[in-house]
Design a protein around this ligand. Structure first.
Ligand SMILES: [Ca+2]
Length: 251
């Protein structure tokens, strides 16, 4: 397990000694660098700053002054930016194609704390772009009830659909963005992997991930089967692991 510590302890001490304002920094879409954080920190501590700070957008809470509140907000923006650049959440599993009808459907997605889908990572194309849920209402019933594919355009559903997995090891990746490609807000999210094993027999694996307090390593995975006594294709999805991993930097 590796804690993601990005700033100097001094900055962290200042940042956490002050209550974080609820002001949003939605107006500022610029990406802040570690240098911006250092600049603002030095400025606030009345240290010499080499860079010319004229015109810098360091007033993130728009109150007309640069303060530790702005540093807190900048730190949050910076950490969020680093997330998708340096880290992934991964779902890995062994898939065995079902040997019966009404099987082998898989979906994976990310939910927010209100149990809304922020991103569909994968849906097998029979249920997805071929809209098989219309003929087989049990196909990926969890994903269908949350994603509401009837309200998705063909392009939208095509974008998240892929061919049914072949037997073998599979991996799906979440880059901490939502369906529109924006990095998600801080908070707790749930990774979900659903498999339709045989008609109404399904399995859902899930794991929680705290974006505000991200740690690399394995997440705790919960498995729920709708009909544990149904043996058909029971081994379709096995050895599920969900984890936060650091992306190897090529520099
Ligand atoms: Ca300010």
């Amino acid at each position: 397990m590796k804690k993601i510590a990005i700033l100097l302890p001094l900055v962290a001490a200042i940042a956490f000694a002050v209550p974080v304002t609820s002001a949003s920094s939605e107006t500022s879409k610029q990406a802040y660098t570690i240098n911006d954080l250092k600049n603002l920190q030095d400025f606030l501590l009345a240290r010499p700053v080499e860079e010319d700070l004229t015109g810098k957008q360091y007033d993130l809470d728009n109150d007309g002054v640069w303060s530790v509140f702005d540093l807190c907000l900048m730190r949050r923006e910076y950490v969020r930016g680093q997330l998708s650049k340096n880290y992934n959440a991964e779902i890995a599993f062994d898939f065995t194609r079902g040997s019966t009808h009404a099987t082998s459907q898989v979906a994976a997605w990310v939910e927010n704390e209100d149990e809304e889908i922020v991103k569909t990572l994968y849906v097998s194309d029979f249920t997805g772009v071929r809209r098989g849920y219309r003929q087989r209402e049990n196909a990926l019933s969890h994903w269908v009830s949350l994603a509401q594919p009837e309200s998705m355009t063909d392009d939208e559903i095509d974008a998240v659909s892929s061919a049914t997995f072949k037997t073998g090891s599979q991996k799906l990746v979440w880059d901490f963005t939502d369906d529109n490609g924006n990095i998600v807000a801080e908070g707790v999210y749930t990774l979900k992997l659903e498999g339709t094993l045989y008609w109404t027999s399904n399995v859902v694996y899930s794991a929680q991930i705290d974006i505000s307090n991200l740690e690399t390593g394995a997440l705790s995975v919960t498995k729920v089967r709708s009909e544990p006594e149904t043996s058909e294709n029971a081994n379709m999805i096995e050895n599920v692991s969900m984890a936060v991993t650091e992306i190897a930097n090529e520099e």
